[in-house]
Write a protein that binds this ligand. Sequence first.
Ligand SMILES: C[S@@+](CC[C@H](N)C(=O)[O-])C[C@H]1O[C@@H](n2cnc3c(N)ncnc32)[C@H](O)[C@@H]1O
Length: 240
Amino acid sequence: MKNKIRELKNWDNKTWLSSSAYINSFNTFLLKKKKLNKNSQILDIGCGRGKIFGAISRKIKLLNKPIGIDPIVHKDVDKNIDFRNEDIFKFFKTNQIKFDLIMIKQTLHFFNKNKRSKLIKVCKNNLKKNGVLIIFSLNTINNEIPCFKVMKQKLNKGLIRDSIMIKSTCKILKNYKIDKFQFKVSITKCKYIQMLKQRYISCLVNLNKEQINKGIKEIKDIYPNKILFKDILICLKYKS
Ligand SMILES: C[S@@+](CC[C@H](N)C(=O)[O-])C[C@H]1O[C@@H](n2cnc3c(N)ncnc32)[C@H](O)[C@@H]1O
């Protein structure tokens, strides 16, 4: 697990996940789930480069920078977030702020079962009245992420674990609403191959060079020059 965290550096490194089209579409979805104003306090757990909340901060003209927490320090973290390279439980021990919005996007699976349950409870306790905890996780059924064979096997195993995680998260949340966020990705095969080389997604981080190279060959043979697919996330919303 430690290796996974250390090596997942290229998730939002100039991929569709950091494109302005994706961020705008994602933030439009998010702001429908929770209305924010310039006084709102927001927290992103597992923020990566913080581009999503950085964009929200500029759009809403937040008076307080959103707080973003991640174990990896990137050189190009968004300037509009208050980035903390700190353990989330340590953060909550000393934190005095109650939040309007706490987001955990594609990050919950990095915590083991006990820590997950602890994390969800501590997030619920750190919301303002009418504050919202929002959790996003990869869609577990009919996932369209372009894969080569070994990658697909790893991804499917992860998605089975994720669906168990989502069920137990729903139990802890008790009152929640479920929805899906969809983004239509259009990417050149060349760019996608670059992303595979950079091991952009967790299911690639433990593959060796030979497996990646073989996989790239498969992708070259199977996919057209322009790859089209839907990136779909399950969204769980809890309101305090
Ligand atoms: C798949 S990326 C998602 C990044 C961002 N939320 C997004 O959707 O663009 C997962 C992120 O979780 C971070 N992460 C892993 N373990 C974590 C932990 N224990 N606490 C906070 N963040 C963690 C990783 O460093 C990585 O930035």
